[in-house]
Write a protein that binds this ligand. Sequence first.
Ligand code: ATP
Length: 329
Amino acid sequence: MTTNSRVKKIGVFTSGGDAPGMNAAIRAVVRTAIFHGIEVVGVREGYNGLIEGHFTKMGPRSVSNIINLGGTILKSARSMEFKTPEGRKKAFENCQQQGIEALVCIGGDGTFTGAQIFSEEHGIKVIGVPGTIDNDIFGTDFTIGFDTALNTAMEAIDKIRDTATSHSRVFFIEVMGRDAGFIALNSGIATGAVDILIPERNDSLEDLFRNFEKAKKRGKNSSIVVIAEGETLASTYELANKTKEKFPDYDIRVAILGHIQRGGSPSCADRVLASRLGYGAVIGLMKGLTNVMAGIRSNQLVYTPIEDAIKKHNEINQDLLQISEILAL
Ligand code: ATP
């Protein structure tokens, strides 16, 4: 994972699902590299841009006024062609033509899988920066975009709570997280949800109904249930329908928060995290690291083998699960 030759030119791109704070990460990569005399090429639209040759020379001013912007100025894409050896060969030839010796890959585990395969096949250096709202990457306490998405979800749920209380309604609110319940668990605790359903736990309808009965006995006249998109028990609409069958007098509504959770200006925490990780990626490359991901653990910059970042998983904090149950009293 360590090589000795000094890197003179790097490429940077964003890939997979976009996340607030990706721009702050691009800015940090560009400015840290330029500070250390390394040239930077921006690759547009992730792996598609490597294959199609969508390259832009980046300087300190090309990343002015972007730290506060959601989305990604380099655009993101999901590239089927990069999953083929032919696609990756084209991508490597373009890198060679540009003189790109190393790539900073900002994205989620799919992006890292692609980077690892590309590096093994063609020997190009790669370093990952975890940019995904789901917070499901091993090797970092937080991923870029998670904090902003969480705050967006929390604000939306707060607003729904106002109407739920006024009309004595039960709301089933679905938040993002295809495979992970971090947004659901944290936003659920932050908004006082009566129940939180996440894919990491074996939820049951019996437990859900028991929580409703308890809430009713304690005099709650409205309830919020937060459900992760990837919940395996049933879809959010099915859960709402089954609850209606069980409690016909409930006035039940469903809200799917959807893509608003990906957008918006990044929070302060995400801007700082993205700045640290973008900086850390370039420093890592300068130290000769490759096939690793930059992360922050216990407030320290750390590098984790990409293989571990892809294969291992961050566990859900059991204390948070217990807290969510106790505080729903
Ligand atoms: P998010 O977690 O936000 O969805 P992600 O990085 O996991 O982000 P993916 O769509 O899974 O998003 O992956 C991004 C891109 O990485 C894919 O479109 C593809 O180009 C590349 N990629 C993913 N898996 C592979 C693979 N096995 N081989 C080559 N490339 C891959």
